[in-house]
Design a protein around this ligand. Structure first.
Ligand SMILES: Cc1ncc(COP(=O)(O)OP(=O)(O)O)c(N)n1
Ligand SMILES: Cc1ncsc1CCOP(=O)(O)O
Ligand SMILES: [Mg+2]
Length: 234
């Protein structure tokens, strides 16, 4: 049986203190396969984003409804990409909104204070300030590295992570993140790593998820002899 390796402080922490791995689902039409892949990473995920750019609205709803019980079982909030109304209809935990996906303030009003609402801020600190003021629970910057998952020319640099430390909400990094390049982002201040391909294209998604978590500094003093291993360790 797999055990959670999530950072201890995220297990009961409010969104404002969340950190760790934020897997984002790939475009899969096969809901059974999607569930099987997600099941491997949930023990290591802080949040999960449902993103399927190829699905029609009916399949999106089916897939969200299939993912929700698995997420609940692992205590992992499910965040729906693009469509806060669908998130609300399905009883998901939040929504992720890009520049074409509607208004953060309107989503906050509709979804309520407890919802996790994320905003894409690309390479813009100003956009992040506005999103935070409008009620975003977290801001996302990227792409940090080349990616084949999304056609995008928007590129962020690590300086943005350093410069955005005072926003008061978690900062998510996205775009071409691998276990080999993730440490530079975490060291610069990324609280969560949002990843599609590096997790879901890996031959062993659970092992890949643990490799990302190993890039986070240890949140607690290392255990003394006889105290048992930390759940943070891979
Ligand atoms: C965590 C996270 N960050 C950024 C995005 C990208 O959102 P958006 O710019 O709206 O692009 P699409 O995902 O809709 O293609 C994201 N989904 N998640
Ligand atoms: C949705 C999104 N937004 C910016 S890059 C990206 C794709 C991230 O996917 P990957 O982790 O496979 O590079
Ligand atoms: Mg979008």
């Amino acid at each position: 049986m797999s055990h959670s390796t999530r950072p201890l402080e995220t297990e009961t922490a409010p969104p404002s203190r969340a950190r760790g791995l934020y897997p984002v689902t790939p475009d899969l039409a096969d809901t059974g396969l999607l569930l099987a892949k997600v099941a491997q990473v949930l023990p290591h995920a802080t949040w999960l984003q449902y993103r399927n750019k190829a699905a029609d609205p009916r399949l999106r709803r089916v897939q969200i409804e299939a993912l929700l019980p698995a997420c609940r079982m692992h205590g992992v909030p499910l965040i729906v990409n693009d469509d806060w109304r669908l998130a609300l209809d399905c009883g998901a935990d939040g929504a992720h909104l890009g520049e074409d996906d509607g208004d953060v303030r309107e989503a906050r009003t509709a979804l309520g204070a407890a919802a996790i609402i994320g905003a894409s801020c690309y390479d813009s600190l100003e956009r992040a300030r506005r999103a935070t003021a409008a009620g975003a629970s977290y801001v996302a910057f990227g792409a940090f590295f080349p990616t084949t998952t999304k056609l995008t020319t928007r590129r962020a640099g690590v300086a943005l992570l350093r410069d955005s430390a005072g926003l008061g909400v978690p900062r998510v990094a996205i775009g071409g993140i691998t276990p080999d390049n993730a440490s530079s982002l975490v060291e610069a201040g990324a609280d969560l790593l949002a990843v599609v391909g590096g997790v879901f294209d890996a031959p062993d998604s659970a092992a890949a998820a643990r490799a990302y978590l190993a890039c986070f500094p240890h949140p607690n003093p290392p255990p003394q002899a006889g105290e048992g291993a930390s759940r943070f360790s891979a």
